[in-house]
Design a binder for this molecule. Structure first.
Ligand SMILES: CC(C)(COP(=O)(O)OP(=O)(O)OC[C@H]1O[C@@H](n2cnc3c(N)ncnc32)[C@H](O)[C@@H]1OP(=O)(O)O)[C@@H](O)C(=O)NCCC(=O)NCCS
Length: 172
C-alpha cells in the first residue's frame, strides 16, 4: 500500500478517469458519465495512482449545501481487496467534513461495502437533491433497485474538531 498515492484529480486525468469508469460501469451499476461530464468535475475526484497510472477513483459531488454524494467509486480489478476503496472513502469523507457538509451519501446495488464504511440505508426520499439531479431523468425512476445510503459527518470546518476549538466557538 506504500506505493499508492491518493491525490486530487487534475485536468490531465480526465481521459484515464473516464476510461476507468466506463470499463467498470456495468459491473458496478455505475451512473453513466460522458467525457465532458468527467472533465468538468475532474477536480472533485480523489484518485489513487500507482506505477504512474490511475487505478481507482471516487468523486465528491455536492447535491446541496449540506449533502454531498460519493459518485463513480471504482477500483481497477488488479488492485482490489487491499483497502484502496476504504482509503478513498476515508479521504472523500475527510474532504466533505472539511468543506462543511452535514451528510455524505451514496447509491449502490450492493450495500455491503458502504455498510462496512459506517453508511446506513435510508429511504430515497431522504435525499431530494439526488432525486432532482439524477433520478427524475432516469428510465428506472420509481423502479430503482439501488440502496440510498448516508453517513452523518462531523462539522469540523464550521465548529472546530477538538474540544478546545468547540469551547472557543461556544464562548465566542
Ligand atoms: C466495490 C469496490 C470499489 C471495492 O474496492 P476495493 O478496493 O476492493 O475495496 P476494499 O479493499 O476497501 O474492501 C474490499 C474487501 O477487501 C478487504 N480488505 C481490505 N484490505 C485488505 C487486506 N489488506 N487484506 C485482505 N483483505 C482486505 C475488505 O475487508 C473487504 O472485504 P469484505 O468484502 O470481505 O468485507 C470494487 O470492487 C469495484 O470497483 N467494483 C466495481 C465498481 C463498483 O461496484 N463500485 C461501487 C459502486 S457504488
Amino acid at each position: 500500500m506504500n506505493d499508492f498515492v491518493i491525490r486530487t484529480g487534475q485536468p490531465a486525468d480526465a481521459a484515464a478517469l473516464h476510461a476507468l469508469i466506463c470499463r467498470h460501469q456495468t459491473e458496478g451499476h455505475l451512473l453513466p458519465r460522458d467525457f465532458t461530464d468527467v472533465e468538468r468535475h475532474v477536480t472533485q475526484f480523489v484518485v489513487c495512482e500507482a506505477d504512474g497510472a490511475i487505478q481507482a477513483c471516487a468523486e465528491l459531488a455536492p447535491l446541496s449545501t449540506t449533502v454531498a454524494e460519493v459518485r463513480s467509486l471504482v477500483v481497477s480489478s488488479d488492485f482490489r481487496r487491499v483497502g484502496v476503496a476504504a482509503r478513498l472513502i476515508g479521504e472523500v469523507r475527510r474532504r466533505a467534513e472539511a468543506a462543511g457538509f452535514d451528510t455524505l451519501c451514496a447509491f449502490t446495488h450492493d450495500a455491503r461495502f458502504f455498510v462496512r464504511q459506517n453508511f446506513s440505508i435510508v429511504p430515497h426520499l431522504w435525499l431530494p437533491g439526488k432525486i432532482a439531479k439524477d433520478c427524475v431523468g432516469c428510465s428506472l425512476f420509481r423502479h430503482c433497485s439501488q440502496h440510498a445510503m448516508v453517513l452523518p459527518l462531523k462539522k469540523a470546518a464550521r465548529y472546530g474538531s477538538s474540544p478546545v476549538e468547540r469551547r472557543r466557538v461556544a464562548v465566542a
